[in-house]
Design a protein around this ligand. Structure first.
Ligand code: G3H
Ligand code: 13P
Ligand code: NA
Ligand code: ZN
Length: 328
């Protein structure tokens, strides 16, 4: 059944677990996410970005998610719009039947210029007013997502700050977070703690100075009743990087957020954990390997099945690691 983000995260907070929110663009991702959820009895958050709407078209995306609900009616599914750039974009998703929207007012509506605090409060408050009237949840964002190591927002088309970011912008301020939640009434808050979007988060496995679990603790202590969201939470599996590079790919050394650090975050109020890059890496590695090992194959179902299986394994591992398993 389709449920709202608020319904799911209230349950997650009560039972102290986290929920991976996987980005979805096509049927292979959708099936991998749902089969892993079904096999582990996990509730699901699937999210669609502006890039996903451009790639698949809004009606196909919408029906892709609705098809999942039809095929697995016993699994609770949140249909979430990722990184909305304006109240109008969120309104359109609400009309399409999304049960949750993100109003990312940390950036202006161009999706790349860091916005000031008052702008963020205003667009987020307006979105909440509209969404709550329809039973739809809202995720806001405070602080600008980017690497504490490089000061850069990371790779992503459409969303992400341009130019160098300051240390202050890169860590959400707990006092400001309390004020923001009070002023906007958001259901969930994405915070900046040193993660960034894409595969190039850290040039070495992260330690406390470049990924601030400490900051998550401080924010959670200040706003214990607000569900925290960690964007840029791909772990960048080293085994898939090696497979990609073994079979013709060229991806330089890079590290993501270790699963143990996400688990630590979940112990301190993180409830929604955004993952896109890990499924892209697994899928690409599986397809490269399959085609290299089966040079005469041209049935796309065979290599797409290999991609689905690889994504399934990642999803299953995250449902288990985040404590989502068993809560559907
Ligand atoms: O937050 C961003 C997700 O990784 C979506 O990426 O804009 O390329 O679809 P995308
Ligand atoms: P990753 O690029 O780390 O997978 O993050 C995805 C994300 O935050 C989507 O909103
Ligand atoms: Na989101
Ligand atoms: Zn994001």
């Amino acid at each position: 059944a389709l449920i709202s983000l608020r319904q799911l995260l209230d349950h997650a907070a009560e039972y102290s677990y986290g929920v991976p929110a996987f980005n979805v663009n096509n049927v292979e991702q959708m099936r991998a996410i749902m089969m892993a959820a079904n096999d582990t009895n996990s509730p699901v958050i699937v999210q669609a970005s502006a890039g996903a709407r451009k790639y698949a078209g809004a009606p196909f995306l919408r029906h892709l998610i609705l098809a999942a609900v039809e095929e697995w009616p016993h699994i609770p599914v949140v249909m979430h719009q990722d990184h909305g750039t304006s109240p109008a974009v969120c309104q359109r998703s609400i009309q399409l039947g999304f049960s949750s929207v993100m109003m990312d007012g940390s950036l202006r509506d161009d999706g790349k210029t860091p916005a000031d605090y008052d702008y963020n409060v205003e667009v987020t408050r307006r979105t909440v007013e509209m969404a709550h009237a329809c039973g739809v949840s809202v995720e806001g964002e405070l602080g600008v997502l980017g690497s504490l190591e490089t000061g850069e927002a990371g790779e992503e088309d459409g969303v992400g700050a341009e130019g160098k970011l300051t240390h202050d912008q890169l860590l959400t301020d707990p006092e400001e977070a309390a004020d923001f939640v009070k002023a906007t009434q958001v259901d969930a808050l994405a915070i900046a703690c040193g993660t960034s979007h894409g595969a190039y988060k850290f040039s070495r496995p992260p330690t406390g100075d470049i990924l601030s679990i400490e900051r998550i603790k401080e924010i959670h202590a200040r706003i214990p009743d607000t569900h925290l969201v960690m964007h840029g939470s791909s772990s960048v599996p080293q085994d898939w990087l090696a497979i990609i590079n073994e079979f013709g790919g060229e991806i330089p050394e890079t590290y993501g957020v270790p699963v143990e650090q996400i688990q630590e975050g979940i112990r301190h109020g993180v409830r929604k954990v955004n993952i896109d890059t890990d499924l892209r890496l697994a899928s690409t590695g599986a397809i490269r390997r399959h085609l290299a090992q089966n040079p005469s194959n041209f049935d796309q179902r065979k290599y797409l099945q290999a991609a689905t299986d690889a994504m399934y394994d990642i999803c299953k591992a995250r449902y288990e690691a985040f404590g989502t398993a068993g809560h559907a």
